[in-house]
Design a protein around this ligand. Structure first.
Ligand code: ZN
Length: 288
């Protein structure tokens, strides 16, 4: 038995699952969720992670490992790029957790890498690209059945691929990044421009009125451009789309139409929605 934890900006999700390395199946036995309380600082976040792990701990045995899927770029047991969480660069999360669980192996990776691993378990394709759409845009790359992390375990930042020259200013300081066109704030911006009033992304995604549908179409157009670029670069078997915004009504059709425009590729790349949904990163953490 193994424990997977998804450490997110607002929530921590933990699962206990029956899984052995190399197996093509996973069985989730227990699941728990609590608040991250990132605003209360590192000590509180660690306390909540420990709480989430203990909540799914098997009663009569010790789990083989604990995998942590986290935002940012965990590297060598330390956290990086988690400024939004009030967690400083280099924070030794693995060592902190080891104090509570000294005899259990702890592994950590980026949440979107974990997402890609989980979806790979289900789809079993050698070359898979995972894209998550939510507050931001994340990416994970699987090449020949193996996660590709790059030199600093930071590969797959598709969100910061420029798709519009001189476009919207991004948080990374560049202009026209994919993330500025296919995130929750982008959807809200399209809606505001069309309707002249604000609506939260979660409502727009339902596509219940003409302006919501138009905003979704705008979002879908840019998603298609980005996916066609990714398809042309990687020639993957499959691109799997997850994250909260993957539930946008009609989005998969826009995604598929967009990739069809990648004519250079000469064939269709399969586009699918996440199989494991919101527990996908926690499942992937178990596979680390
Ligand atoms: Zn950017």
């Amino acid at each position: 038995m193994k424990i997977g934890v998804d450490l997110g900006g607002s929530k921590i999700l933990s699962i206990l699952a029956d899984y052995s390395d190399g197996s093509k199946k996973i069985r989730v036995l227990k699941q728990f969720q609590c608040e991250t309380e990132a605003d209360k600082g590192e000590t509180k976040v660690v306390e909540n992670i420990v709480k989430a792990i203990k909540a799914v701990m098997p009663e009569h045995e010790s789990p083989e490992m604990i995998g942590i899927a986290s935002a940012g770029n965990p590297y060598n047991g330390r956290m990086y790029g988690m400024n939004n969480f009030n967690i400083r660069d280099g924070f030794a999360l693995e060592a902190k957790l080891k104090k509570f669980f000294p005899n259990i192996t702890i592994k950590m990776d980026n949440d979107v890498n974990c997402f890609a691993l989980a979806e790979h378990l289900h789809f079993q394709k050698p070359n898979l690209i995972g894209i998550t759409l939510g507050t931001g845009v994340g990416g994970g790359i699987i090449i020949n059945h193996k996660l590709y992390g790059g030199t600093r375990n930071s590969a797959g930042e598709f969100g910061h691929m420029v798709i519009v020259a001189d476009g919207e200013k991004c948080t990374c300081e560049r202009k026209g990044c994919f993330e500025e066109y296919c995130s929750a704030r982008a959807l809200e911006r399209y809606y505001l421009k069309l309707a002249g009033g604000k609506k939260p992304a979660a409502e727009i995604t339902l596509g219940k009125n003409a302006n919501s549908k138009k905003a979704i179409a705008e979002f879908g157009k840019y998603l298609g451009i980005a996916l066609a670029n990714i398809a042309n670069i990687f020639d993957p078997d499959i691109i799997v789309i997850g994250g909260g915004l993957s539930n946008i009504r009609g989005l998969m059709q826009y995604a598929r139409d967009g990739v069809k425009d990648a004519k250079f590729l000469g064939r269709k790349v399969r586009i699918e929605k996440s199989f494991f949904g919101s527990i996908s990163p926690a499942i992937g953490a178990i596979m680390l």
